[in-house]
Design a binder for this molecule. Sequence first.
Ligand SMILES: Nc1ncnc2c1ncn2[C@@H]1O[C@H](COP(=O)(O)OP(=O)(O)OP(=O)(O)O)[C@@H](O)[C@H]1O
Ligand SMILES: [Mg+2]
Length: 336
Amino acid sequence: MEEKNPLLQVVDLSVDFRLNRKTALHAVRNVSFDLYRGETLGIVGESGCGKSVTCMSILQLNPASRTRYPSGQILFEGRDLLHMKQKQLRPIRGNEIAMVFQEPMTAMNPLFTIGDQLMEALRVHNPRMEKAEAYERSLEAVRSVKIPNPERILKSYPFTLSGGMRQRVMIAMAMITRPKLLICDEPTTALDVTIQAQVLDLMNELKQTHGTSIIFITHDLGVISEMADRVLIMYGGRVCEEADVDELFTAPRHPYTQGLIDSHPSPDYEGERLKVIPGSVPTLRDMPAGCPFNNRCAYATDACRDVFPDFEEAAPSHVVACHNWRAAKTEGGKAE
Ligand SMILES: Nc1ncnc2c1ncn2[C@@H]1O[C@H](COP(=O)(O)OP(=O)(O)OP(=O)(O)O)[C@@H](O)[C@H]1O
Ligand SMILES: [Mg+2]
């Protein structure tokens, strides 16, 4: 990336959740990444690895009563969002940074028409905007997500739409303020495959048109290869590898990433048996010391059970946190 300043810099983010007066769980540990303008960063990892908590931290959306010691920095154009007051965050939330979630019904008000909600999303941040202009912008937003008969959609209520249509409306709602950053948390997981492909195409198109930066969370590697420029692999609340998307698929270095890729059917999949990663993700309560993947890893040594490894550069702009990535590189059997 030639550009000097990233749009977003997450620096050493850690988040704990308080369970009771004595116990806190480490949900996210020392997560760092940069996101440049117009770039899509995919975040991948199994359920519970901290993807959503990381992204919710960007807009301080983790439940305040349970969140303890969020530490580190989240710099958005240089401003630290993690330690910002709610009042300062309000003009950024839903305006400069917007989110799209898996289940659009929870983000929509069933009692208002789509048109009312789109216009409201716009006017919250532009209180002086005339109603007529807000209507025109809403119409344009619905058109831009390729919904047929946009005038009629503006008059309808969310429950009258199909899942795919609702997700398009959510994207229209998120994009209506032309955010610089769009955070998508499993936005297409609930949709069937063809509808999912249409929604992903649409998002790529909007990104091209508006130069929006996107953080895209998913556990589907197929979706990542369609969407991401760079990929962050997370495991047990930590980042274990980060690379450009092509590099990640052709030369994965972390044994966990190798396992993920081996267990995913490739496009030229011809019915050969997929490998599975032995064991299962430990819960936060019984996360092992050292590298969280050590109890499932074929390369684990004493060092892995002792300390979490530093990041090492496996190739230009490709980092991996594994004591034994060199051994995994030769034995992992990936393209070399
Ligand atoms: N509000 C909360 N209170 C307590 N623990 C939480 C809270 N939110 C998340 N966690 C815990 O933090 C860990 C990380 O959760 P997170 O939601 O980020 O996972 P995820 O990677 O998004 O998983 P999924 O793929 O299932 O969405 C999990 O162990 C989860 O149980
Ligand atoms: Mg999640």
